[in-house]
Design a protein around this ligand. Sequence first.
Ligand code: SF4
Length: 144
Amino acid sequence: MKRSDSSAQPEGNNPVHHNEAPDGKEMICIACPIGCRLLVRGNSDGDVLVTGNKCARGREYGEEEYRAPRRMVTCTCRTNSDLFPRLPVRSVAAVPKELIDDLLHDLYDLTIELPVRRGDLVLKNFRNSGVDVVATMTLRNRGV
Ligand code: SF4
């Protein structure tokens, strides 16, 4: 009887091997709904290798997540209105992950005076990151 060799490595293009790269990061690509499983590894030369992606967007996503992950930020800010006490806002660009807690802290400290139009600047160039935060809704003191 022929026995299988459990030490044999699988062949073919199956780039995500959980035990092969203890220094690598596994992640799900969120650049489209397919959600490919990526394995991202860096080397001592500063190069980043992404496998498991089905397209170039996945490679870009994996590289950015590995080097400097960023996220869009949405939340609400307090207003001076009893009628509309919260104003929804969002960052105009993705924010470095390590700055998100500080950004939310600053946004929760604000009190926005109505009226506000959608797209109005709420916070400019947060801590010199180049990221602005804008209102995503028009709110007047009476009615939307
Ligand atoms: S790698 Fe490409 S196909 Fe796969 S989830 Fe990312 S964007 Fe979609």
